[in-house]
Write a new protein. Structure first.
Length: 222
C-alpha cells in the first residue's frame, strides 16, 4: 500500500510538536466547541461507534466524539499535540485510546472502525490518497469517513508550513469541497453528504472567514 508520508513524517511531527503549545489558543474547535459538537453529532449519528481519528492533534474530533459516546482511538505522530489531547481528555474525564504513531505505522487493524475522521489533516499530507486508502482499509463495510478541511491560504501567501513542506504537499494551500469530493470518489467512497451548512457561523471566523467543508461518505457495504 502506498505510504501517507514517506518523506515528511518526522519533520511533520516535529513541526506540530513545536506548534502544539499555541494550537488550542484561538482554535476553532475551542472557540466554537458547541457548534462542532452539534455538527459532529449529526454527521456521526446516534449509534455508538468505533471511531478512529487520524491526525488527532490536540483532540478536536476525538474528544468531542468520545463525549458523544463513541469509542475513540486517536492517532498522531506528534507527541506534543497528543500531550495536549491527553490532558484535555483527563480534564473532561473522557476515555480515549491515544496512539503516538504516524498513520503509516499505527498498525490499525483492517475493518476495525465504524467511522474514521480526518479533520484538517488532508492538507498536511504528502499523499492524501494514501490516507483515504488507509481509512478504507480500517473501515468496516458500510462505515463512514468524515473529512473536514478548508482553504487555509491563498496561493502565493507565505507561511512556515509552505516554506517547510510546500513542495511535498499537493494541498498545502488547503482543499476545496470539490477537491475533497474528487478524492473521496477516486478512493471509492459513495454517497458524499455535506454537513458544513449546519454551522450557524463560519467556525474559522477568527481567520477571515476561511472557506471550509465537512463531508461524510460511505464505504460500500458489499
Ligand atoms: C492541522 S493539525 C489538525 C489536528 C486535528 N485533527 C484538528 O482538527 O485540530 C494536523 C495534525 O496531523 C498530524 N499528522 C500529520 N501527518 C501525520 C501522519 N502522517 N500521521 C499521523 N499524524 C499526522 C500532525 O501531527 C497534526 O497534529
Amino acid at each position: 500500500m502506498p505510504l501517507v508520508a514517506p518523506k515528511t513524517a518526522q519533520a511533520m511531527a516535529d513541526h506540530w510538536s513545536a506548534r502544539a503549545h499555541r494550537f488550542d489558543g484561538a482554535a476553532s474547535h475551542i472557540r466554537h466547541r458547541a457548534e462542532w459538537k452539534r455538527v459532529l453529532a449529526a454527521a456521526l449519528g446516534e449509534r455508538s461507534l468505533d471511531v478512529v481519528d487520524l491526525g488527532a492533534g490536540t483532540g478536536a474530533c476525538a474528544l468531542i466524539a468520545a463525549e458523544l459516546g463513541h469509542r475513540v482511538t486517536a492517532i498522531d505522530g506528534s507527541e506534543g499535540m497528543l500531550a495536549h489531547a491527553r490532558a484535555s481528555a483527563a480534564e473532561r474525564g473522557l476515555s480515549v485510546r491515544f496512539v503516538k504513531a504516524t498513520m503509516d505505522e499505527a498498525g490499525l487493524a483492517e475493518a476495525s472502525a465504524d467511522a474514521v475522521t480526518l479533520r484538517n489533516v488532508l492538507w498536511t499530507l504528502e499523499n492524501p490518497c494514501a490516507a483515504l486508502a488507509l481509512a478504507w482499509r480500517i473501515l468496516r463495510p458500510g462505515g463512514t469517513l468524515l473529512v473536514s478541511d478548508g482553504m487555509w491560504r491563498k496561493p502565493g501567501q507565505e507561511r512556515e508550513a509552505v516554506e517547510i513542506f510546500g513542495v511535498e504537499l499537493p494541498f498545502y494551500n488547503g482543499l476545496t469541497e470539490a477537491d475533497a469530493r474528487a478524492l473521496l470518489r477516486d478512493a471509492g467512497f459513495l454517497d458524499p453528504k455535506p454537513w458544513h451548512g449546519l454551522f450557524s457561523v463560519n467556525p474559522y471566523d477568527a481567520y477571515g472567514e476561511i472557506p471550509f467543508f465537512l463531508l461524510t461518505a460511505t464505504k460500500p457495504a458489499g
